[in-house]
Design a binder for this molecule. Structure first.
Ligand code: GAR
Length: 189
């Protein structure tokens, strides 16, 4: 069974979708830990309920990104994580993590990259008035949401939808596309 680590900063609905896909044997992997940079993030409780270890840290408590990433890498290596799955992890990966896991870190982003990189991608897309939105899964490199694209799924935007309704649609797609894509990657497809 391939060992994966999920990185998150918030609610963790994508973490949950991945965990459920594993439980339903649609995804043949094991989540060996979650890495969380917010002490109050709801994802921590979601992991605890499933008896999954979590590494929770506050970036400000460390002298540098390098310092906390060294601890993350040690934690991942102890648990023999093979793939890092970023699911709402709102931080750029630094050299330490990229050197240890380069080519084995993936991220999900709520836009059709390369459009609307960075924070509040949905808000940016609404402001631009686009008629088609979507979700992208890509490899992580040192750039902001700029690594090689692995998968994308688009949807038509109903002009009457609120920000919240668009977010619901984005999540619906993410929760299917992310487990599917991870399975394909792990199976080498
Ligand atoms: C997801 O929609 C994900 O695409 C987005 O954060 C949300 C996390 O939701 N990621 C980014 O914006 C990364 N730049 P979740 O905590 O419920 O999985």
């Amino acid at each position: 069974m391939k060992k994966i680590a999920v990185f998150a900063s918030g609610t963790g609905t994508n973490f949950e979708a991945i965990a459920e896909a594993i439980e339903n044997q649609k995804l043949h992997a094991e989540i060996v830990c979650v890495v969380v940079d917010k002490v109050n993030a709801a994802v921590i409780e979601k992991a605890r309920k499933r008896n999954i270890d979590s590494f929770v840290f506050t970036a400000k408590d460390y002298a540098s990104k390098e310092a906390y990433e060294k601890e993350i890498v040690a934690y991942l290596q102890e648990r023999e994580a093979e793939l890092c799955v970023l699911a709402g992890y709102m931080r750029l990966c630094g050299e330490v993590l990229l050197n240890a896991y380069g080519g084995r870190i993936i991220n999900i982003h709520p836009s059709l990259l390369p459009a609307f990189k960075g924070k509040d991608a949905i808000g940016q897309a609404i402001a631009a008035g686009v008629k088609v939105m979507g979700v992208t899964i890509h490899y992580v490199d040192a750039s902001l949401d700029g690594g090689k694209i692995i998968a994308q799924r688009a949807f038509d935007v109903d002009p009457l939808w609120s920000h919240e309704e668009i977010e619901t649609q984005v999540h619906k797609i993410e929760h299917i596309l992310y487990p599917e894509t991870i399975e394909k990657l792990l199976e080498g497809k």
